[in-house]
Write a protein that binds this ligand. Sequence first.
Ligand code: ZN
Length: 134
Amino acid sequence: MTQLELKGHLPSPIINAENEPFWKAAQEDRFILKFCKACSQYHYYPRTICPHCGSDNTEWKESSGDGHIYSYTVMRRGVEHPFAMAYITLSEGIKVLSHITDSDVDQLKIGQAVKLVFKPTQDGQKVALFKVVT
Ligand SMILES: [Zn+2]
């Protein structure tokens, strides 16, 4: 068993005018997604212009934070602690690239249920990670 726990060493995100609401919400443990009112689809990462249809008629909606592992990889070589990057399919139907934390890296499986958890980066900005639902 190799317990994953990411903390402190995650690089901080670059915050700009387009993604500032996303990072402010993360500081409040809320994971918000962009939803396009023109084509009724979510997208990620957050953008002002919908990547599906090109509309700027988008709004923020809060995610349930529930999902499952679509795919993952575990990094073990050349790093101080093993870590797992994963594509998570959210219950909203879109995929998010993130990390798995607070979980047994040797027990990860495609299709496993995960839920959102926030962890601070180097400068204190929280980022959305996922942990296995047990
Ligand atoms: Zn759209």
